[in-house]
Design a protein around this ligand. Sequence first.
Ligand SMILES: Nc1nc2c([nH]c(=O)n2[C@H]2C[C@H](O)[C@@H](COP(=O)(O)OP(=O)(O)OP(=O)(O)O)O2)c(=O)[nH]1
Length: 146
Amino acid sequence: MGQDLKGLVVAVALVDEAGRVLAARRVSPPALAGLWEFPGGKVEPGEDELTALRRECREELAVEIEVGRLFGEIALPAPGWRMRLWLGRVLQGTPVATAHDALRWLGAQELDDVPWLPADGPLVDALRGELTGASAQAVGNQAGPV
Ligand SMILES: Nc1nc2c([nH]c(=O)n2[C@H]2C[C@H](O)[C@@H](COP(=O)(O)OP(=O)(O)OP(=O)(O)O)O2)c(=O)[nH]1
């Protein structure tokens, strides 16, 4: 399993009660600074994917999350790297940016208001449909506990 997770980034589309998704603005590296992403990061060697996701949310946002279903997977620009995006919601705490310089809750009509990391384009497009009529409760219901 360790081999399978090599080159894996996990991220989460956190959806709130109003059907908005949390976006975070990167500060580094310089080429990515100012661009927006889904909270997450690299799965560490030997680490379970969802453990990594919960860890990243604690580190980057200071929140505990509930993970819902897998939403999609994309190839990243770095050869051999891919990113898996999960749906989720905040279980405990209010997100604060500890590793980013801004956070925004974006509704379906606001997703284009920020410049996303280029690789995220297809996921953002797919989320537009998901968010229409979506709620944090719906996300949780689809998922069941993970
Ligand atoms: N978290 C996240 N990373 C993304 C997204 N889209 C995208 O292309 N990436 C890329 C940017 C980075 O090259 C890579 C994630 O690496 P990272 O630097 O955030 O990982 P990390 O938090 O574990 O940081 P580090 O330990 O490597 O410093 O994935 C996204 O929506 N969310």
